[in-house]
Write a protein that binds this ligand. Structure first.
Ligand code: GAP
Length: 505
């Protein structure tokens, strides 16, 4: 019997415990669309909250906006998405199934064909004798397939609209107003989180390749001619990151280099310091989310994978059970987008300095995929080898439910007291869950399965001295503490300020 794949275990628990399910499941689903249930939504919100706090609110010069999902054709004509936001599509000559050519080549020959021309990709299909994965027959010739979702705006259907394929474009087209808000002073960043849409040829791997997904993006605008010292960010120079250079990829690599940010800078591996700043934030975020640093790296994308306007793209890739996947894209987009929109709309996007110099800002963009980060968290926190039930070892910062409160029994006033404790915890700002049904051991197992870090149990001793037990999910150990200390102790535990066993009074 073959062992169940990790992704299938994650899908199973996601469906059973209210994390994620296919959209329109009762009608057979719809490829590339998933709905987030109660726990999935809480988890997603925690990811977004973390990003908002650490990438946006903690700075003085990055502000968040919220733009339309649907925009007129002119936006995407100017941005180049209507002409060139394509993937190569190949069709089977016999069963007519359709596939993304570069993905087929990657699967069949382990060659990265992303960004190669249609002709080059078809040549690789021939050379490696790649057949239709469904019926094993010959494939036809590839063609470009545009990923934009089109619709009509207004009752007369008079003009075309498109769902945005990235959140970034709202920011570029509002640049004049945003610059005025920022008092014409560079550098500044504009952040946005929300849905993006791509009519992917082969949606797959659960929430990894979707047709509707959520992004958290920042467009960091700066003067390309200013001294690096003008960057408002302090770089954590000693922080080590994992990095894969062009040279390593040309020779074939097995392990990324571990370099301090200072070494990355000294070796000129990135075009500017803004990228280093975001590499540090992304590294710290994933570690805080429970992902081991040995499992992810920044890969300098090869020239044929890099968009023509880019001055360097650096994908954050994770070693997942389904292969190496990009979950964050970092791009140095230069002034490409501002130039395009400025020309098409006949607007000037330059910023004038008091000495008369005029600057069209350049842009660095960290683009984080919420769904892919969330899948990474599910996979890296999943445990099923040691306690007879599967559980998620979510760090408190990401746990969808932070604490559960149980009465040992429903009777003798235990339920009333436990419910009161639960309400007090909610009032103090914890995401608390109350559960009184079933045996206490079952309730602990159910709480573990959805990754609740701490369970409070109200028992007969609680009625006498107002003390209660806290159970630690990771060690399964319990300590007893007085009710009046509960709020503070939980806070210290969740912020990792104390060890669990040292919390006992
Ligand atoms: N604005 C730049 C941009 O959109 P990208 O590399 O195409 O760059 C950035 O996308 C991130 O968005 C990816 O790293 C990924 O996490 C997420 N993403 C892109 N396409 C996706 C899809 N079809 N399904 C799920 N997430 C996707």
């Amino acid at each position: 019997m073959t062992e169940e794949r990790l992704i299938d275990k994650i899908i199973d628990v996601s469906l059973r415990r209210g994390f994620i399910c296919p959209t329109a499941e009762i009608y057979g689903g719809s490829g590339g669309f998933y709905d987030y249930g109660p726990l999935g939504t809480l988890l997603k919100q925690k990811i977004i909250d973390y990003w908002r706090q650490n990438f946006v609110l903690d700075t003085d010069n990055i502000f968040e906006v919220s733009g339309s999902l649907l925009m007129p054709e002119s936006v995407f004509q100017a941005s180049g998405h209507l002409d060139a936001f394509d993937d190569p599509l190949i069709q089977c000559n016999v069963c007519n199934s359709m596939f993304r050519t570069d993905l087929l080549i990657k699967e069949a020959a382990n060659i990265s064909a992303e960004g190669l021309s249609i002709e080059e990709q078809d040549k690789l299909i021939q050379e490696h004798n790649v057949k239709c994965p469904k019926c094993k027959e010959d494939l036809g010739k590839s063609r470009n397939f545009n990923l934009m979702f089109k619709t009509e705006i207004g009752p007369s259907g008079g003009y075309a609209g498109y769902l945005r394929p990235e959140t970034a474009q709202n920011i570029f087209i509002n640049f004049k107003r945003l610059t005025a808000f920022m008092r014409n002073k560079l550098p500044f960043g504009i952040a946005q989180t929300g849905y993006s849409f791509r009519n992917e040829i082969s949606p797959r791997n659960f929430i990894i390749r979707l047709r509707q997904f959520e992004q958290m993006e920042i467009e960091m605008f700066f003067d390309p001619d200013a001294e690096e010292a003008s960057s408002p960010f302090e770089i954590a120079e000693d922080l080590k990151i994992n990095f894969v250079t062009h040279e390593m990829q040309e020779k074939g690599w097995e392990k990324p280099l571990s370099l301090s940010l200072q070494e990355v800078k000294q070796q000129n591996l990135v075009p500017n310091d803004y990228l280093l700043y975001f590499f540090a934030l992304e590294t710290e975020m994933l570690i805080d989310f429970g992902v081991k640093q040995e499992d992810f790296w920044f890969r300098h994308m090869l020239p044929h994978e890099t968009p023509h306007y880019s001055g360097g793209n650096f994908d954050l890739e994770v070693n997942l059970s389904i292969g190496h996947k990009e979950i964050i894209g970092n791009a140095y987009r230069r002034d490409y987008d501002l130039k395009k929109h400025s020309k098409a709309s006949n607007s000037s996007f330059t910023i004038a300095y008091s000495d008369g110099r005029k600057v069209l800002p350049h842009v660095v963009e960290p683009s984080l995929g919420v769904d892919r980060i969330l899948y990474t968290v599910l996979e890296k926190c999943y445990r099923d080898d040691d306690r007879g039930w599967s559980w998620f070892q979510f760090p408190s910062v990401i746990a969808p439910l932070e604490v559960a409160v149980f009465p040992l029994m429903k009777k003798d006033g235990l339920a009333n007291l436990a419910y009161e404790v639960h309400r007090e915890l909610k009032n103090s700002g914890y995401i608390s869950f109350y559960d009184e049904s079933g045996k206490i051991g079952k309730r602990y197992a159910r709480a573990d399965e959805i990754g609740i870090p701490y369970c409070i149990t109200v028992d007969y001793e609680s009625l006498e001295d107002s003390s209660m037990t806290i159970r630690d999910r990771d060690s399964m150990k319990q300590i007893r503490i007085p009710l009046e200390d509960l709020d503070i102790t939980l806070g210290e535990l969740m912020d990792s300020e104390v060890e669990f066993e040292d919390s006992e009074q």
